[in-house]
Design a protein around this ligand. Structure first.
Ligand code: GLA
Length: 400
């Protein structure tokens, strides 16, 4: 006997199956914080197709891919002009985006791109306003795997023009703009990581996951200097409960290896971004990085903290003077602890006594120092000497 399904029912069933498929495909992306590299922090507006290929090559040959770095993300300044049909073309720095995506994919990596909801991007190139579906479809056709969507000109050109002096209405316009691109990405059926870049406005962590956001910037732009790194990490206090598999707080991309950061500062930056379950998007000149920077970026023990499947972002537990203690819970009952000397005297060390009870620990503990690889015993109130801006990053496998 043939059972004939009425057409509307079949259509509903098909729509339901498509929805479930797309939702689960989206849930699969960013199950742990995305790892990769982004062009902005080093190349800024100078980035070219060749820089992206060279970086992809280096990620593979230098072992970063094996350490978990998968996304190769083009930031602002790839955009050209729209043609009469509204199709956005690349500029001369990126002659063939599909070919570039194929190249990056052939290395077993994924390609990310950048746009924004306004008429222009932050660097003044074409944004997606009025072309959201068209752009999302084009990204999917190219084989794009990640979109960073940056607010910028949407503020003066849409929010302030359409709702002058009405902050609440401006915020509604902003949320709607991110929702629009979230839906457009979803409609492509391709799993594309959706990164919201609007600097933490309107408590983005509260509404971004519902729009399909996989990560959202919580702050303004990072700079390659200690004060910026310290300020951004401090601004994460109170946000831990919003992070989890598929949706992450983003204190901005890494500056490890950039500017004049000392080795201690690079270590602390990488340690704290890992403690914070932050996306680990390197932003340095990969083909020319020094071995000690490569060693920081590929420290497997530290990366494992960032990528812990529970996705429990670290919390600030207590401070004593300028020394801060942060902790996060890891799978199988393990715990990670970061002790940071935020003091500014470059030559001094701080006599600091570690209070285990404030960490919920009772009696001596056995830990691994994740930067030296050495095992050590911790006792309550033990003195710890920490050079300025350095970190002691510990993993306790069996906390008591
Ligand atoms: C903003 C973002 C940066 C970068 C630039 C590009 O400042 O916050 O991360 O994408 O725009 O123009």
């Amino acid at each position: 006997m043939r059972i004939s399904v009425p057409l509307p029912l079949a259509a509903i069933a098909l729509a339901a199956i498509t929805f479930v498929f797309q939702t689960s495909a989206r849930a699969q992306v960013a199950a742990t914080p995305p790892m990769g590299w982004n062009s902005w922090n080093y190349f800024a507006e100078k980035v070219t197709d060749k820089d992206i290929r060279d970086s992809a090559d280096q990620i593979v040959s230098g072992g970063m891919k094996d350490a978990g770095y998968i996304y190769v993300n083009i930031d602002d300044t790839w955009e050209g002009e729209r043609d009469a049909s509204g199709v956005l073309h690349t500029n001369t720095k990126f002659p063939d985006m599909k070919a570039l995506a194929d190249y990056v994919h052939s290395k077993g990596l994924k390609l990310g791109i950048y746009s924004g909801p306004g008429p222009k991007t932050c660097a003044g190139y074409a944004g997606s306003l009025g072309h959201e579906e068209q752009d999302a479809k084009m990204y999917a056709d190219w084989g794009i795997d990640y979109l960073k969507y940056d607010l910028c000109s949407f503020i003066p050109e849409v929010m302030e023009k359409q709702a002058p002096n009405d902050k609440a209405a401006q915020m509604r316009l902003m949320v709607a703009a991110y929702d629009k691109m979230g839906k457009a990405l979803k409609a492509t059926g391709r799993p594309i990581v959706y990164s919201l870049c609007q600097y933490g406005w309107d408590n983005v962590w509260e509404w971004a996951p519902a729009l399909g956001g996989n990560l959202w910037r919580t702050t303004g732009d990072i700079q390659a200097r200690w004060q910026s790194i310290y300020d951004l990490m401090s601004e994460q206090v109170g946000l831990a409960s919003y992070a989890g598999p598929g949706h992450w707080n983003d204190p901005d991309m890494l500056e490890v290896g950039n500017g004049k950061l000392s080795l201690a500062e690079n270590r602390t930056h990488f340690s704290m971004w890992s403690m914070l379950a932050a996306p680990l998007l390197a932003g340095n000149d990969l083909p020319h990085m020094k071995p000690e920077i490569h060693a920081i970026l590929t420290n497997r023990d530290v990366i494992a903290i960032d990528q812990d499947p529970l996705g429990h972002e670290a919390r600030h537990i207590y401070s004593k003077g300028e020394v801060e203690v942060w902790a996060r819970d890891l799978k199988n009952g393990a715990k990670a602890i970061a002790i940071v000397n935020a003091g500014s005297d470059v030559y001094s060390t701080h006599p600091f006594h570690l209070d285990l009870t404030q960490l919920g620990l009772h009696g001596p503990q056995h830990a691994k120092n994740l930067w030296t690889g050495k095992e050590m015993d911790l006792t309550n109130n033990m003195p710890i000497e920490l050079p300025s801006h350095d970190v002691l990053l510990l993993r306790i496998a069996n906390p008591k």
